[in-house]
Design a protein around this ligand. Structure first.
Ligand code: ZN
Length: 259
């Protein structure tokens, strides 16, 4: 997943992207070999093999997955730069690349909910919006559809895009795992009926009870069972209509206001 605007969460685009055979052992041009180390969390190390134009780059283990392809390519560029003569220009380029590498990494880590990848930080939890209080919506959905048994923190998303998501984070204070639901601010509009907010909250709650399946090495987030359960939401049709017709406009407004 990239940082671009994502309005669709519910399968209006094909669920499974074209399978791209991505090689995660070397960079695209073959000049940098990747080695993965589980103990690396937020660092990368490189060395040059003696007498050869081959570089070895150690990356954190989680960077093996396809989503990190662009990050690996940037890291490969960084490796080449790191062995160039240290001029002010190469130094500036190196640090610019590094900051892009870690910004992209943080983004991917927070967008994905891969097993074994747990972001340490929790974002600020801000459930009270201009028009809707997510905490109340969550309580109602939890009571109605999940016997009040779900544990989650819910917040309006800090980003302007249309993305709502569920992730598992570690509470930095207690060390416990926390379900975090983040809802697009495109739902915090006067034109957004309660059934639509409740719809997206219900969808994210379902992710807590229906974890992604892995089939043929692919992660399926919205599988058949998920879709069936999703339709149990009493205002499913109305919410979907709103989601398709109104949400994109609201999100566009948010993005324009940001400029
Ligand atoms: Zn989803």
């Amino acid at each position: 997943m990239s940082d671009e605007l994502q309005i669709d969460l519910f399968g209006f685009t094909p669920e499974i992207p074209e399978p791209l055979p991505i090689n995660n052992r070397t960079s695209k041009d073959g000049s940098v070999h990747f080695i993965y180390e589980e103990r690396l969390k937020k660092s990368i190390r490189c060395r040059k093999k003696k007498f050869e134009e081959i570089y070895e780059l150690k990356l954190p283990g989680y960077m093996q997955s396809d989503e990190f392809f662009p990050v690996r390519e940037m890291a490969a560029q960084w490796t080449h730069l790191a062995f160039k003569r240290k001029t002010a220009e190469t130094k500036a380029k190196c640090s610019e690349l590094l900051s892009r590498i870690w910004a992209a990494t943080n983004q991917i880590l927070s967008d994905l909910n891969l097993p074994g990848i747990r972001s340490v930080r929790l974002p600020p939890i801000r459930p009270i919006g201009k028009h809707h209080n997510l905490e109340k919506v969550f309580q109602a959905v939890n009571e109605t559809y999940f016997h009040g048994e779900l544990n989650a923190r819910i917040t309006w998303s800090g980003r302007a895009g249309g993305l709502s998501f569920h992730t598992i984070r570690k509470d930095p204070f207690t060390g416990e795992e926390v379900n975090l639901i983040s809802i697009s601010r495109g739902y915090d509009f006067e034109n957004c009926p309660l059934y639509a907010v409740a719809g997206v909250v219900y969808h994210e709650c379902l992710h807590i009870v229906i974890p992604p399946e892995v089939k043929n090495g692919r992660r399926i987030v919205h599988g058949k069972n998920f879709r069936t359960c999703e339709r149990r939401y009493i205002y499913y049709e109305e919410w979907m209509k709103w989601h398709k017709e109104v949400l994109p406009k609201n999100v566009r407004k948010l993005l324009n206001d940001e400029k």
